[in-house]
Ligand binder design. Structure first.
Ligand code: 26Y
Length: 824
């Protein structure tokens, strides 16, 4: 590093070129005659990472000296997206680098495209973690992320014959300059047995012993903040515990498989991210991942705390753990185990520390997403934790019994152990009991969390424990970086870039909403973004679409509750209506490009069938000469963060149409609206608060309300589903083979009829179609549309992740984000 020109803070163009050249030779072992784009990208990334490492060291040394209360964001997923552009912008070095690479004969845009997305997350929850780390770094808040360094991230998706095909995401095959391996390791054990032993003080204690150990090694991922401040995400990778996992005796006896058995074990543990989003698969390996992750993280935090020789009672004043959903909940019994079994604290003292340290964020009310682990699995893998959970449960139930004597039903309902066969541990209940604060992620969701999921708990604990913190997104990645055209217009209009760190300033755009000249500038940027997306669609899908058409986008994980099915059924309806129209009538409807993107969990058959249906419809519609450019259907494969950065700024309208009460928040809705995209949505999740902020007139809402859903489902159960007439003819068309072999779609169509239309597609179909017609009508009025688009952006100040993190800091973590000064 000493020799890297960046080490002495020279950031002029010549120095940057020198540092790129240096890394070409010293890091990549290449010569100037051997310059491919990917190599230049890598040298560039190394050069940028040098600078980050310096900032990282300075920031972390300051923490070490000041020893502030620190926050640890525990998350099994971090969906970070690409690092280079983000880092260059955060450090105000993009222009200089642009010039530097130009001088070497390259375009920076091309080089940025060489970077592969680290896809260590599934969807919303993982991306939220990334936006929160970004906000903490921007606010100089001492928060670290802890997670897993999966060897393979979320699978890569391609489409073959209309079906999703999955391939492993071998993102580490090429060297990844954005992580710093550390000489920090902890052993994590599994299985074994619990024994009684005397400790140093002559007290009898329980000890968990096992020969089955796997080593966690740390990789630190820098999170660029402001003014030389740099945050951190520590990811654990699994390694064999000793001797590199090689059993020499076994080898010498010719037992080769045996000689590397523990190596395979260790490799497998963090090899792959489970690709389920909002659906528990219940695999033992996943439980082991969860424990491996929390054990290494808690050991690391305890180790750091002990450095300062504070009494244990100080622990909650120095440490706040935030559980990103239940996935890291084992951290609760793990800390209790360390305090009691290893550190020798009394049970009650330990439990007091634990419950003052943990807080829990719930991200879903869907029953299939709530983690439960069979007791027989837990007992086998984590025998001591199972005992601790039993004890915690017993003491908890005793307290409930004291408060509400004689209510056996209540005890059954709140028990951490579910009396089913097999018996299961309810991880969400464990998280509630072990935390001092529980929050949902949008107002409606938090209300449902209290009223439905944890109603009994809120009666027992009181309402204050259950709060709402509405999600937010990073304005840096999702506007400043993804939409340079709009960024510059906003900055020019508001006179400075201060709005990025103080997003409510966007409101100052509102007075320009009806200004025709401003509207033209605004819509010209939108148009340019659409042109850019059409180029991607051409390259990725071989399809030509007209950028003047209305771009109607739905990109998110494929899930029944998100109702991509409703969208494509609506497309079929539109297709049929267009076919029946006269050519003149057809010309009065604005042409549309309907764009889908998103992955389905590999085991989720119905979601995969929706992908197939979309592609089958696209095949027919896109090749129908009568329809021509009036309607195009696009399925963009391998949706990920970097693709989102291209798609989001290019939407006219995007769809967020989950069955009311099912989408906890949604965050892409925020990304689209902040970029001046209108949304068509249900009265669900954060759509509701977006409406409150931008005004009812600037959002297209429709459909059943959350509090009506139960009654409708109930009625369906008794009277069956009477399908909407338009929907029925759409289904008839599918079944008549208009979109190819109809029989493959039968299981999909059955979800609307057999056993009731659980996601209320038929119930909402008519309202959906009508709202789409409103969208058409508005799109023809260019000025009215532009005014709404401007008001959308203007009203989005509330949804900055800086606001969310500020609320977590003051309401949950009790850390003062300004206490640390300006990061110098
Ligand atoms: C363990 C397995 C059961 C599981 C794996 C992943 C369960 C859930 C998940 C992921 C959930 C998720 O991404 N939830 C989303 O969180 C976003 C951030 O709060 C919300 O905006 C979004 O509505 C919610 O679906």
């Amino acid at each position: 590093l000493e020799q890297s020109p960046l080490a002495n803070q020279q950031t002029d163009v010549a120095s940057l070129q020198a540092s790129i050249a240096y890394h070409m030779n010293a890091s990549l072992f290449r010569t100037q005659h051997n310059l491919e784009k990917v190599a230049v990208y890598q040298a560039l990334a190394h050069s940028m990472a040098d600078k980050l490492l310096l900032d990282w060291n300075r920031t972390q040394q300051r923490y070490r000296k000041d020893n502030p209360k620190r926050v640890y964001y525990l998350s099994m997923e971090f969906l970070l997206g690409r690092a280079l552009d983000n880092a260059m912008l955060a450090l105000h070095m993009k222009t200089a680098y642009q010039e530097a690479v130009q001088g070497l004969g390259f375009r920076l845009e091309d080089l940025l495209e060489q970077e592969r997305d680290p896809a260590l997350g599934n969807g919303g929850l993982g991306r939220l973690a990334a936006c929160y780390m970004d906000a903490a770094a921007a606010l100089d808040l001492p928060m670290w992320g802890y997670g897993l360094r999966y060897q393979y991230g979320l699978f890569r998706q391609s489409v073959q014959q209309g079906f999703q095909v999955e391939a492993p995401d071998d993102w580490l095959m090429r060297h990844h300059p954005w992580e710093f391996p550390r000489d920090i390791k902890y052993d994590v054990q599994f299985y074994g047995y619990v024994a009684t032993k005397m400790n140093d003080k002559g007290e009898s204690r329980l000890f968990w012993e096992s020969d089955h150990k796997i080593r966690a090694v740390a990789y630190d991922v820098p999170v660029p903040g402001k003014d030389g401040f740099c945050g951190n995400i520590r990811l654990w990778a699994s390694q064999p515990p000793h001797h590199g996992g090689f059993d020499l005796d076994a080898f010498n006896q010719g037992n080769y498989d045996q000689s590397i058995a523990s190596l395979k074990d260790a490799f497998l543990l963090t090899s792959v991210l489970y690709p389920n989003d909002n659906h528990q698969a219940g695999k033992e390996l996943r439980l082991k991942q969860e424990y491996f992750f929390v054990s290494a993280s808690v050991q690391d935090v305890v180790h750091r705390f002990k450095r300062y020789r504070c009494p244990w009672s100080e622990f909650p004043n120095k440490v706040a753990f935030q559980l990103n959903d239940t996935h890291p909940t084992l951290a609760i019994p793990e800390l209790q185990r360390i305090l009691v079994d290893v550190e020798g604290l009394a049970w009650d003292d330990a439990w007091d520390i634990v419950t003052r340290t943990f807080a829990f964020t719930n991200h879903t009310v869907l029953p299939e997403a709530l983690e439960k682990w069979p007791i027989y699995v837990m007992e086998k893998v984590l025998p001591r934790h199972m005992q601790i959970i039993y004890d915690l449960n017993l003491f908890f139930l005793q307290k409930v019994e004291e408060k509400f004597p004689g209510d056996r039903d209540l005890l059954n309902r709140v028990s951490i152990i579910e009396e089913a066969s097999p018996q299961q541990v309810r991880m969400a209940f464990l998280a509630v009991v072990g935390s001092h604060s529980v929050n949902g992620v949008a107002a409606l969701h938090s209300e449902l969390v209290v009223k439905e999921l944890f109603n009994d708990f809120s009666l027992y604990y009181g309402k204050d424990k259950f709060i709402n913190i509405t999600n937010g997104i990073s304005p840096r990645r999702w506007l400043y970086q993804a939409n340079p055209g709009l960024r510059d217009l906003i900055t020019h209009t508001l006179g400075s870039e201060d709005w990025v760190a103080d997003l409510p300033q966007l409101q100052k755009l509102a007075p320009f909403a009806d200004n025709l000249e401003f509207q033209q500038q605004w819509m010209a940027i939108k148009y340019a973004n659409k042109v850019r997306l059409t180029q991607w669609i051409r390259d990725d899908c071989g399809l030509t679409v007209d950028p003047r058409a209305l771009f109607d986008i739905q990109v998110k994980r494929m899930h029944e509750y998100k109702r991509q099915f409703l969208n494509i059924l609506g497309v079929i309806h539109r297709y049929r209506v267009l076919l029946q129209m006269s050519p003149e009538a057809r010309r009065r409807v604005p042409p549309r490009v309907v764009i889908f993107g998103g992955k389905a969990a590999p085991g989720y058959a119905i979601a995969k069938l929706v992908i197939k249906l979309i592609n089958s419809v696209a095949d027919v519609v896109n090749n129908d000469p009568v329809i021509d450019d009036h309607l195009k259907v696009v399925y963009l494969p391998d949706y990920n963060v970097s693709l989102a950065e291209k798609i989001v700024p290019a939407s006219d309208i995007s769809q967020h149409i989950s069955t009311a009460g099912t989408e906890a928040s949604g965050t892409s809705n925020m990304k689209f609206v902040i970029n001046g995209g209108l949304i068509l949505g249900t009265v669900d999740g954060a759509n509701i608060e977006i409406r409150d902020e931008i005004g009812e007139d600037n959002i297209f809402l429709f459909g059943t309300l959350a509090d009506q859903v139960a009654d409708i489902r109930h009625a369906q159960k008794y009277h069956g589903v009477l399908l909407d007439a338009n929907l029925q003819s759409v289904l008839d068309a599918i079944q008549a083979g208009v979109f190819g072999d109809a029989s493959i779609f039968n299981p999909l169509i059955d979800t609307l009829t057999y056993g009731g239309d659980f996601y209320l597609i038929s119930e909402d179909f008519d309202a959906y179609i009508k709202r789409q017609n409103d969208v058409d009508a508005l799109f023809l009025q260019k000025a009215a549309w532009a005014a709404k688009s401007i008001r959308c952006t203007a009203g989005m100040g509330f949804f900055s992740s800086d606001r969310s993190i500020g609320q977590y800091a003051s309401r949950i973590w009790k850390v003062d984000k300004t206490a640390l000064g300006n990061g110098s």
